[in-house]
Design a protein around this ligand. Structure first.
Ligand SMILES: C[S@@+](CC[C@H](N)C(=O)[O-])C[C@H]1O[C@@H](n2cnc3c(N)ncnc32)[C@H](O)[C@@H]1O
Length: 160
């Protein structure tokens, strides 16, 4: 994702907050807002990232993306890791919402970890279809991670 020090990042479905830590340690003037609809996950992510929260670089909220109060056209990067919202194809209004939240020039990154190349390809194709149907240009990558996992990424850039 090549996080820049001044990025304003949103993570959807942060789980225990591992990625929040990796992003926040690259920020100086930038910020990360991370949300998870599971209160337990938001609590664990907050505990893990207490230092980044107290420095003002990270904010973690226990809320679903659907109802989260977020600033429009603010985020330079929005990402999710292993959040099915982005490949089940069931959330067209949420994809529109992502577009509305991205700052001009901003990019959406949908990451996934899958056990087989067929799973990985299926996920990537579903995400590409969803994003293209909502006016995003996409790029993709699938890379091996260890012996039995494939790591996928689809990026989405809103077309003007
Ligand atoms: C499979 S876990 C992945 C967690 C983390 N991203 C990771 O890779 O370790 C999916 C997480 O997304 C959260 N989630 C799913 N749909 C969501 C939504 N619509 N809004 C916010 N969080 C969501 C779940 O509560 C769960 O913690």
């Amino acid at each position: 994702m090549a996080v820049a020090p001044d990025d304003h990042v949103l993570e959807i479905g942060c789980g225990r907050g591992t990625a929040v830590s990796l992003v926040a340690e690259r920020l100086t003037t930038g910020t990360i807002v991370a949300i998870d609809r599971a209160a337990t996950m938001a609590r664990l992510a907050s505990e893990r990232n207490a230092g980044h929260i107290s420095s003002g670089r990270a904010e973690i909220r226990g809320t679903g993306f659907e109802s989260a109060d977020l600033t429009r056209r603010h985020f330079t990067k929005i990402f999710a890791v292993n959040v099915s919202l982005f490949w089940l194809g069931t959330a067209p209004e949420q994809i529109e919402r992502v577009r509305d939240l991205l700052a001009p020039g901003g990019v959406l990154y949908i990451f996934g970890e899958r056990p087989t190349s067929a799973n990985a390809e299926g996920n990537v194709v579903s995400t590409e279809r969803l994003l293209r149907a909502h006016g995003f240009d996409t790029t993709r990558s699938i890379v091996a991670r260890g012996q039995s996992r494939l790591f996928t990424c689809v990026t989405g850039t809103p077309t003007p």
